[in-house]
Design a protein around this ligand. Structure first.
Ligand SMILES: Cc1cc2nc3c(=O)[nH]c(=O)nc-3n(C[C@H](O)[C@H](O)[C@H](O)COP(=O)(O)OP(=O)(O)OC[C@H]3O[C@@H](n4cnc5c(N)ncnc54)[C@H](O)[C@@H]3O)c2cc1C
Length: 436
């Protein structure tokens, strides 16, 4: 247990407990203080570390530019909090208003922020997942272990999964001049987020940098040679890939297991919230003493006709964490949480920035630049409205299109009098629902 400074004078009867000592939890606690909350704050974290930043873990930490321990997040407000690190919450007793730690200790709360985020989806075969040289990447400790493994110069790294983390890891391997194979069961990388049209543009970039890409392929088993260390992967078509370093990048699962028995509505995809950010019970009623924020929260997004979404975006964890902190501090919030989703990724020397949600998009235009040059901006439409914009190494074009996404402006966009010609409307190429 550690304390920022002694909390003399704090009203003991008003206690905000934050479960999840990471980005959304930290920014939530800070926002509560900034909004005038003068009671006690306790932050409970499963990991032994103070909150740290995850984006560098799949980028500069792997290439050696940033040490794993140098990722600690700065405090933006004096918190005067008690830190219960290395102790996971194992249960929630809402009638008794207490968080129950793994040790059995109960921490009473008056207000509770759920910010337990997500964990890496593990390799489906637990024994294979435990083989030496098999990694997932979510935490600072995961990144330190993978970095150490890459430093041994494995003959070939195998990345399983072509989402953002898989692509960033493959790019980092090439930065380190390591041979790397990326296996993806879909038709290209980033297919679920960008569609196959733009996914193929990203794939071409990685191929040009020497990543061995295998699409429509499935790793069926990871095998060792009797020493407990992985030596090969077996594909569904019977072929094998020799490797001593495997990165399983199969997406994330929300950390909601500790809420079993709480009466709250949740599943592996998140804990259900109302538009304000209060959590919902299994009858759909909000519990006004509890809010959730960040990767773990699933909420109706006003920009997308109230569709329930759970986002895995850094900027969202900051904004929704702050919103929840103000909410719990009793600040009157006139509007529902409605931040436009925003995400970035850097891989293979390019920076990709996305605003909005591509999910359900039925059309795409290249609104600026040219994919052949590597600098362009793509706009996604759904039912005649702009729903997302993605810039590739061209962030200065993004704000104007972000405004169109925020307004839900007509798609395809209407161009000015000095027109650069009609925009070609393309199919984005998202996999069908049953292929996702
Ligand atoms: C490798 C990596 C790279 C990324 N890169 C980008 C990027 O380039 N751009 C971008 O926009 N986003 C990126 N993200 C996503 C971004 O980091 C997340 O959206 C953000 O960390 C979410 O913050 P959070 O606080 O909601 O959850 P998390 O950061 O997941 O934190 C949740 C915390 O809760 C703790 N916890 C879990 N269960 C319990 C429990 N029962 N009791 C107590 N504590 C618990 C966890 O240990 C963890 O510390 C990346 C994520 C990863 C993993």
């Amino acid at each position: 247990m550690s304390q920022d400074h002694p909390s003399h004078g704090r009203p003991a009867h008003d206690h905000l407990v934050v479960v999840g000592a990471s980005l959304a939890g930290l920014r939530g606690a800070e926002a509560a203080r900034k909004a005038g909350f003068t009671g006690r704050i306790t932050v409970v974290g499963a990991e032994p570390h103070r909150p740290y930043d995850r984006p560098p873990l799949s980028k500069q930490v792997l290439t050696g530019g940033v040490a794993p321990g140098a990722t600690t997040l700065p405090n933006l407000e004096p918190l005067d909090a008690e830190w219960r690190l290395g102790s996971a919450a194992a249960g929630l007793d809402r009638s008794g208003r207490a968080v129950i730690l793994e040790s059995g200790e109960r921490i009473a709360y008056d207000r509770l922020l759920i910010a337990t985020g997500a964990r890496a989806r593990p390799w489906p075969d637990a024994a294979e997942g435990r083989l030496g040289g098999v990694h997932t990447l979510r935490s600072r400790d995961d990144a330190a272990a993978l970095r150490a493994s890459l430093a041994t110069k494995p003959g070939r790294v195998l990345v399983i999964g072509g989402g953002f983390i898989g692509c960033e890891v493959a790019a980092a391997c090439r930065d380190l001049d390591l041979p790397v194979t990326l296996v993806e069961s879909g038709s290209t990388v980033l297919e679920r987020v960008l569609g196959s049209h733009l996914g193929s543009v990203v794939a071409a970039l990685h191929a040009a940098r020497g990543v061995d890409l295998r699409f429509g392929a499935k790793v069926e088993a990871l095998e060792d040679d009797g020493t407990g260390h992985v030596v090969r992967a077996r594909l569904a078509d019977g072929r094998t890939i020799a490797t001593t370093c495997v990165v399983v990048a199969l997406g994330a699962v929300r950390n909601t297991g500790w809420l079993h028995g709480s009466g709250l509505a949740f599943d592996d995809g998140g804990v259900e919230c109302d538009a304000d950010g209060h959590v919902l019970d299994t009858d759909g009623r909000p519990d006004r003493t509890i809010a959730a924020a960040g990767d773990v929260a699933r909420f109706p997004h006003p920009l997308y006709d109230g569709r329930r979404v759970a986002l895995e975006h850094w900027g969202h964890a900051v904004a929704q964490g702050a919103h929840a902190g103000r909410l719990l501090a009793g600040h009157s919030i006139a509007r529902a949480y409605a931040e436009v989703p925003a995400f970035w990724s850097s891989q293979g020397g390019i920076t990709l920035k996305m605003v909005g949600l591509t999910e359900g998009a039925d059309a795409l235009v290249i609104a600026q630049g040219d994919p052949k040059t590597g600098r362009f901006l793509a706009l996604y439409g759904r039912a005649g409205r702009c729903v997302a914009a993605v810039s590739f190494d061209s962030v200065r074009w993004l704000p104007a299109y972000a405004a169109m996404v925020a307004e839900g402006a007509p798609f395809p966009p209407i161009r000015g009098a000095v027109d650069q010609g009609r925009l070609t409307v393309l199919p984005p190429g998202f996999p069908k629902e049953d292929e996702r």
